[in-house]
Ligand binder design. Structure first.
Ligand code: SAH
Ligand code: SF4
Length: 357
């Protein structure tokens, strides 16, 4: 008999499982709260369930998140967990505390197939999709590790799918995980505080808008197709004009009335004032905010981080046109927790252990 991992199920699927084992579907709600709200992974501690049910669950099911390999704390309060998803692979989950919110950055795939030229995950190729238990298990783990504020407030108020992988290419598992993040019996996060970041997989953006509209971030990185084809190769399939139209369609469903454009600042590549002017024209019909991300270097990347004055001049052009722009502060520098740095060390470790074997 195969034991099922209950972390793989959202409310609907969990209710289905309870029917299958001859139990009332509403019991699913109780187990959901134990699992996700209280971080319980032992059925025998679920004190409001009949003993017979607890025993049955103990035989047929388990609650298993990825296991901890290593935990790192940065000076600025950023925390990073390296979690094992199977023998050879690990994913990293990063918690970023700020004055008025706590953001967890989670991964959706081991590696990524999209090969953006400035991204260390992309450089390492695609390994596999994460299961629901492996995606939601990152939130489950962090939520348990962080505990709650003294007042009972949740410490994690925001989730961003900006770790390893392209979330929209692991669509079903990501949507099931999003359902759990939003479910009041599970994590009860607001739709506006859960963000999917995509490099622009247009058909999946439309499906996400229909199935589970949450906040959307689009990785733009270039103001024209010629440059974006190089930096974000999926642009050849889904070019900018179509991407802008898809963003406008998404906003019709979205919980926020704008999309966030992410733009990595690469020294001498995409960071001139004329790039900024071109960008203003490109996005003029899309209600949007900009997040400028100073490039985080990694070995042999071939790119450098834009100089501060270049970032300021670029930002000024966007702001003068009326756009709202933030520059992402680099967090967790001392533990390699910044964007695009997540995968590197993990894969190195995997390779080394592979070579040793
Ligand atoms: N695949 C999705 C989400 C994961 S990447 C996407 O591309 O949107 C999350 C963000 O980090 C993206 O905007 C990505 O372009 C950016 N990023 C990747 N490598 C980076 C690096 N080395 N420095 C800064 N940002 C990087
Ligand atoms: Fe994949 Fe995003 Fe990295 Fe591009 S930037 S390779 S889509 S993870």
């Amino acid at each position: 008999m195969t034991v099922v991992n209950l972390l793989d199920f959202d409310a609907e699927k969990l209710a289905g499982f309870f029917s299958e084992i001859g139990e009332k579907p509403f019991r699913a709600g109780q187990v959901m709260k134990w699992m996700h709200r209280f971080g319980e992974d032992n059925f025998s501690n679920m004190s409001d369930l009949a003993k017979s049910l607890r025993e049955k669950l103990g035989e047929k099911a388990e609650i298993r998140s990825p296991g901890l390999i290593r935990e790192l704390d940065a000076f600025d309060g950023t925390r990073k967990w390296l979690l094992a998803v199977d023998e050879g692979n690990a994913v990293e989950t990063v918690f970023i505390p700020e004055a008025n919110r706590g953001t967890l950055c989670i991964s959706s795939q081991v590696g990524c197939a999209l090969e953006c030229s400035f991204c260390s995950t992309g450089r390492q190729g695609f390994n596999r999709n994460l299961s629901v238990a492996e995606i939601i298990g990152q939130l489950w783990w962090a939520n348990r590790a962080l505990g709650r504020e003294p007042g009972g407030e949740r410490i994690i108020s925001n989730v961003v799918m900006m770790g390893m992988g392209e979330p929209l290419l692991n669509f079903e598992n990501v949507v099931t995980s999003l359902n759990l993040m939003l479910d009041d019996s599970a994590y009860g996060l607001s739709r506006r505080r859960v963000t999917v970041s995509t490099s622009g997989v247009i058909p999946a953006m439309d499906r996400l808008g229909e199935r589970c509209p949450v906040a959307l971030a689009v990785s733009l990185h270039a103001p024209n197709d010629a440059l974006r084809d190089v930096l974000v190769p999926i642009n050849k399939k889904y070019p900018l004009k179509e991407l802008m139209a898809a963003c406008r369609r998404y906003i019709e469903h979205a919980p926020r009335d704008f999309v966030t454009f992410e733009y990595v600042m690469l020294d001498g590549v995409n960071d001139s004032v004329s790039h900024a002017r071109e960008l203003v024209k490109l996005v003029k019909d899309v209600p949007s905010k900009f997040n400028l991300i100073p490039f985080n270097p990694f070995p042999h990347s071939g790119y450098g981080r834009s100089k501060d004055p270049a970032i300021e001049a670029f930002k000024a052009v966007l702001m003068d046109s009326g756009l709202v722009v933030t520059t992402r502060r680099t967090r967790g520098d001392d533990i390699d927790a910044a964007c695009g740095q997540l995968a590197g060390k993990v894969m190195d470790r995997t390779r080394r252990s592979g070579a040793a074997a």
